[in-house]
Design a protein around this ligand. Structure first.
Ligand code: PMT
Length: 403
């Protein structure tokens, strides 16, 4: 899988730098051409000679140490890499990447490359949880950087917690999977996804109900696109007005309660849940068993709140990547941020449904995608399939290394 792949391995200065030796060796054994760049602090933990011997290539440490007059080393490495991997990545190098600093060989290469970038952080558990580090990692996520999450265990600093560099074997597995999926164009290969689509039906009596304008097109676009990207998809469809997509398991439901049950039955096995459905917020307290007869001049229906499925998912999720929607007519950013927070979603896809070609019933949509840090991406009016593709690409890049 890695035959002929040129991997630039950036090693920054943490105790886990010693693992760069095993990582280099395993990558070379898999056929990769490995070019190591070390930061000045990395050299305090491991020697250039070790990594040079294992990679069988010169190790770069100094931007100004130009050995070949025909090229500028950091530009040449940046241009020819198939992947730039930073392992271990310290909080410091992550901060520099997030802010675009380029003051050594590694960070200049990172700034100059257009190749995919993968980062395997390693640091003290409190550093890893620090809001500044989280903010920097989210900034990098939103730029499409792939992360290999650190493992949990005994750290060199004495703490037990999350922050240990993932084992070299696992990092190599993630890289192999990455190239395999990239080549197959299937970044969601092996992932199981549940998508909800359509508008729920809340019965008033056997012949009447409350629903909304959702056609199911947005959810179906997600289901089809995710399947094309390699995911195994289950579509939970509430009253959808379009043909069921081929090759996708469809579970028809009616009410918010039905949808809640159908989603939760599949939650544990799912990697991604997309809540594109328009779910009723209220339902009649009682659905009459028989048709309600016309009587007085007015009729009062008592409505009660339905279960908020997305909010329940946000509380119950373990490893699942949760994508919610927000259909808004005003103050889109404000409402989207509040829904993201309250419902603990990983992403909220917000659409202003008052706009032409946006939201209910249309073949197109325009959305703003938010995460906990704010706006990740704005997509102008485009086909719903393309909206789905762009959202799913963000999800796929953020799921690397998730267990
Ligand atoms: O189906 P189409 O015709 O293609 O239209 C697409 C769409 C407009 C329906 C879609 O783009 C969209 O915005 N879907 C979400 C509609 C909605 O219910 O938005 P909301 O802001 O009311 O809800 C926020 C989120 O909470 C949504 O992910 C919703 O699925 C979820 N929710 C809401 C209420 C509830 N009881 N349970 C929920 O899970």
């Amino acid at each position: 899988m890695l035959n002929g792949k040129k991997i630039v391995l950036g090693v920054s200065g943490g105790i886990a730098a010693y693992k760069a030796a095993a990582l280099t060796s395993k990558l070379v054994q898999k056929g990769a051409e490995v070019h190591v760049i070390m930061t000045a602090s990395a050299k305090e933990f491991i020697t250039e000679l070790t990594l040079q011997s294992l990679s069988r290539n010169p190790v770069y440490t100094d931007t100004f140490d130009e050995r070949d007059a025909s090229v500028v080393s950091h530009i040449n490495l940046a241009d020819t890499a198939d992947l730039v991997l930073v392992a271990p990545a310290t909080a410091n190098v992550i901060a520099k990447m997030a802010h675009g600093l380029a003051d050594d060989m590694l960070t200049t290469t990172l700034l100059a490359t257009t190749a995919p970038v993968m980062v395997a952080p390693a640091m003290n558990v409190h550093m890893y949880e620090h809001p500044a580090v989280i903010h920097n990692m989210n900034t990098l996520y939103s730029r499409g950087v792939h992360f290999i999450e650190p493992g949990v265990g005994q750290l060199a600093c004495g703490y037990v917690g999350k922050g240990r560099l993932e084992e070299p074997e696992t990092i190599v597995d993630v890289i192999e999977r990455f190239f395999g999926e990239e080549e197959a164009g299937k970044p969601l290969l092996g992932k199981k996804m549940v998508v909800t689509a359509g508008g729920t039906i809340e019965r008033i009596d056997p012949v009447r109900y409350i629903t909304n304008d959702s056609s199911g097109k947005m959810g179906v676009a997600f289901a089809k696109t995710a399947k094309d990207m390699g995911a195994e998809v289950t579509l939970i469809a509430a009253n959808i007005q379009v043909k069921y997509p081929e090759g996708i398991t469809v579970v028809p439901v009616q009410s918010a309660d039905d949808m809640h049950q159908a989603v939760f039955e599949r939650l544990e096995q799912s990697d991604i849940v997309v809540k594109a459905a328009a779910v009723a917020d209220y339902r009649p307290m009682e659905a009459a068993k028989q048709k309600i007869k016309k009587s007085g001049e007015t009729l009062t229906l008592e409505l009660v709140k339905t279960v908020d499925i997305l909010e329940a998912l946000g509380k119950a999720k373990t490893h699942q990547f949760l994508i919610g929607f927000a259909a808004e007519t005003n103050d889109l950013e404000l409402h989207a941020a509040s829904k993201l927070e309250r419902k603990n979603a990983d992403l909220i896809v917000a659409n202003d449904v008052t706009q032409e070609g946006v939201g209910f019933g249309t073949d197109t949509n325009a959305v703003k995608i938010f995460d906990k840090q704010g706006l990740v991406k704005e997509i102008p009016v485009t086909a719903k399939e393309e909206v789905a593709r762009q959202v799913l690409l963000i999800a796929a890049s953020r799921m690397d290394g998730r267990k």
